[in-house]
Write a protein that binds this ligand. Structure first.
Ligand code: 5AD
Ligand code: SF4
Length: 489
């Protein structure tokens, strides 16, 4: 993609007869060029191109990281493939909940059988799960066939690590505990030509007591506004109309910069970029959401009418044990204030059921918040014990049956209130960004409203990437079936 053209020229200009440069990202450009020679030689030996398959298992942050991995693999001469019987397979892992970890171990067993059929195959693991010492021990002991392991802090070193992997022939492991470093200008291959995620900050300082993210993603670091705006401008030149600003807690963006900037200030700058149509962001911590942000959202023509505002629990007692630093009442006041100020906004949330010590009465409190806020959508998770977090050491873990009952009740409350909220738009004509062909019915196009609600409508793929005026005809709970008003006769 166009954005990579400058980088391609810089890679070409590297001189492999010299030792690798010390500076980043030039050092990695050198290794991309070197890797390209290795890949070329190997594919000549094998008599076919080297296929690479990248699998992403995590959140939007991981998805963005995977776009960087894919961009590097392409420039290193691999041919991308969806199939896991490729010559190089990389899993970008998640470890927020234990079932994500279990999935990786299960799939590794399958990869091992692939590798037995293709001894040239190389297997790499990266991402959050690799930042856990116990995971590395387990892989070293029981999954000896893995060739390369790295973590979240040194993903920029991927080209160099690829070269080491090919040259050493041994299991290469490179995990950093933390870093201050932010390496700019790595290549990336976007999954969608018209929309893109953009990291504005890395890490998290909140230490919610159930959450492993601060341990695997390290301390909060913000990118400079100049670098962010430059990246958005380049993306827009390259055809992007919608951006999603990414951070674990975007509301504390900029606090650790030499010249502090607020998140609202960054949004104001992004708003000015001509050609950019939609601005989204993830995730907001309720404790840091400022009136300035509400003001900026209210005035903006580009910031989407959607706020993801994780609640986690509606019980003040549990919120305290979770170290969330707000009460039930503070959360409700904030959500209702946002609804008042920006009436067409959709509010979505994350909820955890089964946190240590949670009773049926605590779940009732959560349901009370759901009924008052009426989320357009909510992700409900069963509490997962993460070794090393304070909650894992709490003695009052909740019995599975109790958790299941609470979970079902919360899910039902979410479904009922979401249906009610989403149905309010019935009959309206609203702009939809057409994103892809519908997975189940190829005569339909799937897109999103500014408020993030999904809309399916008859249309062809020429509409993808365009903003289309759609009449919302049938509400189906969380999504709509609609009709392009241009198709009206
Ligand atoms: N168990 C269950 N859910 C969790 N989340 C984070 N940690 C855990 C855990 N240990 C959820 C939170 C967060 C979302 C990304 O994942 O709801 O907002
Ligand atoms: Fe985890 Fe809390 Fe940080 Fe979110 S804000 S990543 S839940 S510690």
């Amino acid at each position: 993609m166009g954005c990579n053209d400058d980088i391609k020229r810089l890679i070409e200009a590297e001189d492999l007869t010299l030792p690798p440069p010390e500076r980043e990202p030039q050092r990695q450009y050198y290794f991309i060029k070197k890797c390209r020679e290795i890949v070329k030689k190997k594919s000549e030996e094998l008599g076919h191109p080297l296929y690479a398959c990248s699998v992403c298992m995590g959140c939007q942050m991981n998805a963005r990281d995977s776009e960087k991995l894919v961009g590097i693999l392409e420039l290193a001469g691999f041919v991308l493939s969806e199939e896991e019987d490729a010559d190089f397979v990389i899993y970008n892992t998640c470890t927020v909940r234990d079932n994500a970890n279990q999935r990786v171990y299960g799939r590794l067993g399958f990869l091992n059988s692939m590798k037995k059929k293709n001894p040239h195959m190389k297997i790499a693991l990266c991402g959050c799960m690799m930042q856990e010492a116990s995971v590395i021990e387990k892989i070293k002991k029981s999954y000896r066939f893995v060739d390369l392991i790295f973590g979240t802090h040194n993903i920029f070193k991927f080209p160099e690590l690829l070269c080491t992997m090919f040259e050493s022939g041994r299991m290469v492991i490179d995990i950093w505990k933390d870093t201050e470093q932010i390496v700019e200008d790595l290549p990336a291959e976007r999954k969608y030509p018209f929309k893109s995620g953009i990291n504005i900050m890395f890490g998290c300082n909140n230490f919610c007591s159930y959450c492993i993210v601060p341990y695997v993603r390290g301390r909060e670091r913000s990118r400079s506004p100049k670098d962010i705006i430059r990246e958005i401008e380049r993306l827009v030149k390259d055809g992007v109309v919608e951006i999603m600003l990414l951070g674990q807690n975007v509301n504390s963006y900029g606090k650790n910069l030499e010249e502090p900037v607020s998140f609202a200030g960054l949004l104001r700058e992004a708003e000015k970029i001509e050609g950019l149509e939609r601005i989204r962001f993830m995730t907001s911590h309720p404790k840091d959401l400022s009136d300035e942000l509400i003001e900026v959202m209210k005035e903006s023509k580009k910031i989407c009418r959607h706020l993801h505002l994780p609640l986690q629990s509606g019980s003040t007692r549990i919120l305290k044990a979770m170290n969330r630093r707000y009460t039930k009442e503070q959360y409700i006041d904030l959500a209702l204030k946002i609804r008042r100020e920006i009436p067409d906004i959709a509010i979505t949330t994350d909820i955890i059921v089964g946190f240590p010590g949670e009773t049926a009465e605590d779940v009732d409190e959560t349901i009370d918040v759901i009924r008052q806020v009426k989320y357009e959508n909510a992700f409900t998770f069963i509490y997962s014990k993460r070794t090393g977090t304070p909650a894992a050491a709490m003695e009052n873990q909740v019995a599975e049956k109790t958790v299941k009952e609470g979970f079902d009740r919360v899910l039902k409350a979410v479904q009922d209130t979401a249906k009610e909220r989403v149905a309010l738009l019935q009959g309206k004509v609203l702009p939809v960004l057409a994103e892809e062909r519908n997975e189940h019915d190829s005569s339909l196009i799937t897109g999103r409203l500014s408020n993030n609600t999904l809309v399916h409508f008859p249309g062809d793929t020429s509409l993808i990437g365009k903003i289309v005026e759609v009449r919302l005809e049938e509400c189906h709970g969380f999504y709509y079936l609609g009709r392009n008003i241009k198709d009206d006769v």
